[in-house]
Design a protein around this ligand. Structure first.
Ligand SMILES: Cc1cc2nc3c(=O)[nH]c(=O)nc-3n(C[C@H](O)[C@H](O)[C@H](O)COP(=O)(O)OP(=O)(O)OC[C@H]3O[C@@H](n4cnc5c(N)ncnc54)[C@H](O)[C@@H]3O)c2cc1C
Length: 308
């Protein structure tokens, strides 16, 4: 007996455009697409995908991905929505599809401190855990006290943060089941007015340092590990600084451009294609390598096929 076909109708949709579901707004369609809004729907969709034998790709808020112009083969499962709850006085559990901004608001309203620095981070809890979202020198992994992940067989297991690779920009979930179902964050009681002030300060810093008016997907490259690179003393060990000093600000390929505001942001202007952004990534890497001998590793996740 062959694999079961995907249950179509309302659930799995064929040939679904992905560009509108990403902040770059680029790329082609998914062969198959499903949006899931809670744990039961997520696990049900994963079971159906498993029975179909098709490969699957997860999508959260689409704020750190570059979708190929040819789209994505197999099934794209978009994890969206859901809520948070208190597990105990010092722990909050959030479904993977909740937005980070929604979680920040939820915590502040309840006078729970910890997450407010992530105010303004686009995307979902799942995407933030996958990439260990960072801001102002802090990583979201620092707050995580537990993770519930679905493995390839559809079992949900609880893993400790020390069991996953919360490396900078790395895939925290690799090798531990690929799908984050929910994450537990350690929080502390605090005055909501103080938390609101901290969240506003984060938002103001973003506004001053990030190109928020044009489509982008956040930082294109991970910051290099200071232990592994030898830079002149006056050069900060940050991808943006290296790109800036390598003269990349404003460099364009087609409609893609290295932001003038923050050199680690690649922006998509009119007529941009995913291929433009991909070529620009390569040009950035070559320039930094030539100037500093540093190999920048993309933070941006490439979905679908790209030339190697
Ligand atoms: C204007 C702007 C500012 C940004 N600022 C920051 C910043 O300050 N700090 C920062 O770290 N990032 C920043 N980013 C990048 C981005 O917001 C973060 O990386 C975010 O955490 C990605 O979440 P997402 O839900 O959009 O993930 P997506 O882009 O949808 O996916 C990213 C990866 O996560 C995987 N994934 C998604 N959901 C799950 C799940 N449930 N289980 C397992 N894997 C999953 C996907 O398969 C993919 O590999 C910024 C982006 C923009 C556009």
């Amino acid at each position: 007996m062959g694999p079961d076909p995907l249950p179509t109708g309302k659930r799995f949709r064929p040939d679904t455009p992905l560009a509108p579901l990403t902040t770059l707004g680029l790329g082609g369609p998914a062969d198959w697409f499903i949006e899931v809004r809670g744990e039961e729907e997520l696990l049900g969709a994963l079971a159906a995908v498993r029975n179909s034998g098709l490969p699957f790709t997860l999508l959260g808020g689409g704020s750190n991905v570059l979708v190929s112009d040819a789209g994505v083969r197999g099934v794209v499962v978009r994890v969206k929505g859901g809520s948070a709850r208190r597990v105990d006085g010092r722990t909050v559990r959030a479904f993977a599809g909740m937005t980070m901004n929604g979680l920040v608001r939820w915590s502040i309203q309840r006078g729970l401190a910890g997450l407010e620095a992530w105010a303004g981070t686009p995307g979902t809890v799942g995407g933030a855990i996958h990439g260990n979202a960072h801001f102002g020198g802090r990583e979201v992994g620092e707050l995580v006290t537990g993770l519930r992940v679905a493995d390839d067989a559809g079992r949900v297991e609880t893993v400790r943060p020390e069991d996953v690779g919360f490396g900078p920009g790395g895939d925290a979930l690799a090798g531990r089941g690929r799908v984050l179902v929910s994450a537990d964050f350690g929080v502390e009681p605090a005055d909501p007015a103080v938390l609101r002030r901290r969240a506003r300060a984060s938002l103001a810093f973003r506004k001053a340092t990030q190109p928020l008016a044009v489509p982008s997907a956040g930082c294109a490259f991970q910051n290099p590990d200071p232990e592994t690179v030898a830079l002149p003393p006056d050069v900060p060990c940050a991808a943006g600084a290296l790109l800036d000093r390598a003269g990349m600000k404003g460099v364009r390929v087609g409609g893609a451009r290295v932001s003038e505001v923050h050199a680690n942001f690649l922006t998509a202007g009119p007529g941009a294609t995913a291929a433009d952004v991909h070529r620009l990534l390569g040009i950035c890497q070559a320039a930094v390598n030539a100037a500093f001998g540093v190999n920048l590793v993309p933070e941006l996740v490439l979905l679908g096929d790209f030339p190697s």
